[in-house]
Structure formats: structure tokens, C-alpha cells
Design a protein around this ligand. Structure first.
Ligand SMILES: Cc1cc2nc3c(=O)[nH]c(=O)nc-3n(C[C@H](O)[C@H](O)[C@H](O)COP(=O)(O)OP(=O)(O)OC[C@H]3O[C@@H](n4cnc5c(N)ncnc54)[C@H](O)[C@@H]3O)c2cc1C
Length: 374
């Protein structure tokens, strides 16, 4: 069967790979370009684990995207022949009254996702690793867990290669032509029918107008080995987030051979994705202040790695998907919550590129401002 057209994709992170997967399923030829190896270890998509959840606080629009995102992941597991998701539930530790609770409970009730308060005395027993001194409410939700990016991204690369997608690793794209659907990489012009920029925290280098809305943000994470006496408690724990102003952080427990990770969710809104990635004392300063407040027996933990990574953030954390011209599409701004939507992100981009859904509608859906009509 003749291909329906050729799409050139800049970026082999989850957004680019998922777009390729969804276009290939529709009969398109796809070529993917990445400035680094594929997968690129300094991309945002390359890590041990990522949180997925339905709870989205005030961002109810994103909560309502999650059932579609979960459906698309299920579809991907079928294609990959393996499920890279562990449903663990999520627990949120709240210190002060927060609009997060109202937004979350409204959306979860509407979607039929169960959630419950855990009385503090019970929480003390269930979460012996957590310091609950200033916690006023503990909420547990279903419909949440961990995705495993190393396995997902590698699985997608293998699957796409086996289905005829062309990879151009170590090809730095220096320009795109959204009038023609072509691009220039390593000084050579590649011609297609459509070009997609899914270049993560580097996207503004190719699409300077993006700087008005989104900026790269250098973020820190720390990997830890828990003390032996807490090994069992950590093994049974799900994903967690502390929602305190002073202590906010997110926690991924050690599961399926991955390490315990605690990440800073306060955006720095500074840096350049081309910078040195070695985490400095300044990068981890806030996390180092937070850890002893959040973890009981913090002295018993061993630090295994400090890491600096990048993602793009917009003022209100919304995602960007939009046309760049008649033959160009931009996917950007992940604000630290883009992986969970990854499988759906590519489906939405494919719907826009093929004209199955109006581009303007995809822009609104991706920004969490419009629900997907069933
Ligand atoms: C520390 C951290 C924790 C996170 N935690 C979560 C979480 O728990 N849950 C969640 O859902 N999300 C989370 N995220 C966000 C999520 O990982 C990202 O939203 C997602 O991986 C972004 O994927 P992407 O494909 O857009 O970008 P990337 O994965 O960065 O991929 C972009 C690719 O484009 C390539 N590229 C860039 N410029 C060019 C060019 N000019 N030419 C060729 N190639 C180019 C890069 O080499 C790179 O491989 C987290 C992110 C970080 C950094």
C-alpha cells in the first residue's frame, strides 16, 4: 500500500516517538531526527520512572484527558507486547487548605475515580517513612502509578524500527520549513510532506516565537537508597506528593528494579538545555532542605545520585500543540507533567496532521481548555 505522505519529526523523546507511532498506524512514512543518540540520555523522556495520575487539582482540563491517556497507553502496551505501567495509587500529603483538594475531588468524582482520606493515625502507621508532623490531611487516589520511560522509549524505538520508521541519530536540525514540510539537518535538506517539532526543552532554538509562551526550566532530582529498616515500607508504597508550600516535592518509590527518587517540583524557570547537566549544590539546595523535613530518619538514607534535567514551562503550565505553518506542527511545554500524556500527545498530533480533527481544537485540548468530545 502506498504511504499517505511523509512526515519528518524533530526529536526522539516521548512526544516525537508517540507521534511517529500514531502516524505509522495511519499509513504514513515517518523519519525521526535527533541531535543525540536515539534515545538521547539527556532528553526529558529518559529516566527511571514517571508519575501518572488522574488527580490534577485546579487543572481539571488535564484530569479529563487522563482516561484517554490511559487508553492510549493500553493500546501501546498491546503493540509493544509488554506493560510498562505499575498501578500503585497515589498519596498526597497536605499541610494547609489548598484549592487542589476541591479541584481534584470534583474531577475524580465526575470521572468515577475513587479517592479517600486516610485518618492521620492510620497514615502514621502506613507511611513510617514520612514525617507527618505538619500534615493536616492525607488523601489516597486510585487511577495512578508509575510509568517506566527507559522501557517505554526503548520499546517504541524497537517497534518503530521494525515497522519501517527511519531514524537519523546524531542529526542536529538547524532549520525547518513549515511551508514545504522540509528541514535541514547536518547541513543537508530533507524533504517531506509535513514537519513536526517535538524538540523538548530545545524547541525554542528552532521556533524562537515559542519563547513568548514557554521557557526551559532546570530541575533537580535526587536518587536515594532507603535505610534497611524501611525497605518493606518503601516496597509497598505508591507514588506520593507533598503539597506543602515549603516542602513540596514528588516521590517515586523503588519498584521494578528502579531506585527511590525525590524530585523538586518548584520551577526554576532558568537555564538552557545545552548547559552542563551535572547537578550543582545550587541545583539541589532546595531539595536538600526539603528532604530532612519530609523523610523521617533522613540520616539513614544514602544519596546515590543528584541529577539536573530540563523541561519547558509555560506561565500556567499548559501544553502547546499548534500549527507552525501549512505543513508544520509544534508540540511543546511539558511543565514536568508531559510524560503521562505522552501516548495521547502523539495521537492528538496525528489527528491534527491528518485533518481528522481541526488544528484549533487540538490546540485547546492540549492546553487543557477543552474536553475531548466522546
Ligand atoms: C526531572 C523530571 C521529572 C519529570 N517527572 C514527570 C512525571 O513524574 N510525570 C510526567 O508525566 N512527566 C514528568 N516529566 C516531564 C516529562 O518527562 C516530559 O514532559 C517529557 O518527557 C517531554 O518529552 P518530549 O518528547 O517533549 O521532550 P524530550 O524527551 O526532551 O525529547 C526531545 C528530543 O528532541 C531532540 N532535539 C532537540 N532539539 C533538536 C534539534 N534541533 N535537532 C534534532 N533533535 C533535537 C533532543 O535531543 C531530545 O531527544 C518530568 C521531567 C523531568 C525532567
Amino acid at each position: 500500500m502506498a504511504a499517505k505522505g511523509k512526515v519528518l519529526i524533530v526529536g526522539a523523546g516521548i512526544a516525537g516517538l508517540s507521534t511517529a507511532w500514531n502516524l505509522k498506524r495511519r499509513g504514513y512514512d515517518v523519519e525521526i531526527f535527533d541531535r543525540g543518540p536515539i534515545p538521547n540520555p539527556i532528553s526529558s523522556s529518559w529516566d527511571e520512572h514517571r508519575i501518572t495520575r488522574h488527580a490534577y487539582g485546579e487543572f481539571e482540563g488535564y484530569a479529563h484527558l487522563m482516561p484517554y491517556a490511559f487508553k492510549m497507553w493500553d493500546r501501546l502496551w498491546k503493540d509493544l507486547g509488554a506493560t510498562h505501567y505499575e498501578p500503585t495509587g497515589a498519596t498526597y500529603f497536605i499541610h494547609e487548605e489548598t484549592p487542589w483538594y476541591h479541584g481534584t475531588s470534583t474531577a475524580l468524582t465526575e470521572m468515577g475515580v475513587r479517592y479517600r482520606d486516610i485518618p492521620l493515625a492510620k497514615a502514621e502507621h502506613r507511611f513510617p517513612m514520612f514525617n507527618l508532623e505538619t500534615v493536616t490531611r492525607v488523601v489516597e487516589t486510585d487511577g495512578a502509578g508509575m510509568l517506566f520511560p527507559y522501557r517505554i522509549v526503548r520499546g517504541l524505538v524497537n517497534f518503530l524500527g521494525a515497522h519501517g520508521v527511519t531514524f537519523h541519530a546524531l542529526h542536529q536540525v538547524s532549520a525547518i520549513d513549515a511551508e514545504k514540510g522540509s528541514l535541514t539537518a547536518n547541513g543537508k535538506t530533507f524533504t517531506g510532506d509535513y514537519v513536526v517539532v517535538a524538540a523538548g526543552a530545545w524547541a525554542d532554538k528552532l521556533v524562537p516565537e515559542l519563547r513568548q509562551d514557554a521557557m526551559p526550566s532546570r530541575q533537580a532530582v535526587i536518587f536515594l537508597a532507603p535505610p534497611p529498616e524501611l525497605t518493606d515500607a518503601w516496597r509497598e508504597a505508591g507514588v506520593m506528593a507533598d503539597l506543602g508550600d515549603e516542602t513540596s516535592c514528588y516521590v517515586l518509590p523503588p519498584r521494578r528494579g528502579m531506585r527511590l527518587k525525590i524530585g523538586d517540583h518548584v520551577f526554576t524557570r532558568r537555564g538552557d538545555a545545552d548547559e552542563d547537566r551535572r547537578a550543582t549544590d545550587e541545583d539541589v539546595a532546595r531539595l536538600m532542605r526539603v528532604l530532612p523535613k519530609v523523610l523521617r530518619n533522613y540520616e539513614g538514607y544514602q544519596i546515590l545520585e543528584r541529577k539536573a534535567c530540563f523541561y519547558t514551562v509555560t506561565e500556567d503550565e499548559h501544553f502547546i500543540q499548534k500549527p507552525l505553518g501549512p505543513k508544520g506542527w509544534l508540540i511543546s511545554a511539558c511543565s514536568g507533567h508531559g510524560f503521562k500524556l505522552g501516548a495521547l500527545t502523539g495521537e492528538l498530533a496525528a489527528q491534527a496532521i491528518t485533518g481528522e480533527r481541526p488544528a484549533a481544537e487540538i490546540t485547546e485540548i492540549a492546553a487543557g481548555r477543552q474536553r475531548i468530545a466522546a
